[in-house]
Design a protein around this ligand. Structure first.
Ligand code: NAP
Length: 290
């Protein structure tokens, strides 16, 4: 199977490239090679390429920047996926496109299923939702995969920021009133191939590690793992801050955006490992050697 991965320089795209180049005929493109803001360039680069599967990990992911650069956010997150889906349909190839828990408004207090109405509250969320709809409107075997709080070794994320601060400062804080599920890029890379050849009903699937937490619990778990592994830290515990304290944030974020993995479990008969195990595994793999 020949696979093309877009966003191969990003946190998720790089992780998929590392795994799939061992198992498949996989080629990656980064931002410099294909700019998704330019539909003509996308067509120019991809129309003549041969592939069976296109995986799009590229996106404008800076949630605050999307607020001030709405046209760019929609070009990359909404218009480009449509072009990608059309190219794939023309070639009888499959598109797997990554989307986000931020398509939900966060008003619920139990996990969001794929059937639930998406009501984004930010430009980022809106642009990603339109991207999803553009793909699903083609009614082909393309797949939209929503993920949440993605972490992994290829680009620092929240967990790395907390560990860095805890190494340098006596006191660290994290938000205690915002919930979702940390999800390890390694686990996404492992779970995804089951769907390379299989059509998913309605074309949307939620992928996340199991369980849910606040950012405070996520940070606390990371610090505890470090301590267990003998990684020295200055900060002992994580203090609580509130979402409302984040005065520099421009975009609204959903308070609760846990993704239900029930559909994944029903389709595969498997339950993703817990976020705590995934975070521990990540810290063991990435920090013990540093
Ligand atoms: N990170 C999360 O917590 C999270 C949560 C939910 C959903 N997601 C979704 O998961 C997917 C992967 O995210 P990620 O965590 O891997 O994000 P990331 O590390 O920011 O990677 C995004 C990639 O897209 C590239 N990109 C940005 N603008 C582009 C453009 N105009 N043309 C081509 N490439 C462009 C970036 O390149 P440069 O860096 O060189 O600009 C980067 O390689 C995205 O669809 C995102 O919406 C992520």
């Amino acid at each position: 199977m020949r696979i093309v991965i877009l966003g191969a320089g990003g946190r998720l795209g790089a992780a998929l490239m590392r795994q799939y180049r061992k198992e498949f005929d996989a080629v990656g493109f980064n931002h410099d090679q294909i700019n998704l803001a330019n539909s003509d360039k996308i067509r120019g680069r991809l129309s003549s390429a041969q592939f069976d599967l296109l995986i799009n990990c590229a996106a404008m992911t800076n949630v605050d920047l999307c607020e001030s650069k709405k046209a760019e956010a929609f070009a990359i997150n909404a218009d480009a996926p449509k072009v990608l889906a059309e190219i794939c349909s023309e070639k009888q190839a499959k598109l797997i496109h990554f989307s986000t828990d931020y398509v939900f408004d966060g008003e619920k207090r139990e996990p969001y299923t794929e059937e639930e109405a998406a009501k984004p509250i930010s430009v980022y969320g809106e642009s990603k939702r339109v991207g999803e709809k553009n793909i699903l409107a083609l009614q082909d075997r393309h797949l939209v995969v929503r993920v949440s709080w993605v972490f992994g070794p290829d680009r620092p994320s929240f967990v790395d920021g907390m560990i860095k601060r805890a190494r340098e400062e006596d006191r660290v804080e994290a938000i205690a009133d915002k919930w979702s599920t940390p999800t390890y890029t390694h686990d996404i890379a492992t779970m995804l191939p089951q769907f390379f050849d299989v059509a998913v009903p309605d074309g949307i699937l939620h992928f996340a590690n199991s369980g849910q937490c606040t950012w405070l619990e996520y940070a606390q778990q990371a610090l505890e793992c470090c301590r267990t592994l003998g990684i020295s830290l200055k900060a002992e515990t994580v203090g609580a801050s509130k979402l409302a304290d984040m005065e520099n944030w421009v975009a609204r974020r959903p308070v609760y955006s846990v993704l239900s993995t029930g559909k994944y479990a029903k389709l595969t008969g498997a339950i993703p490992r817990s976020w705590r195990d995934a975070v521990s595994d990540y810290i063991k793999r990435s920090y013990l050697k540093k």
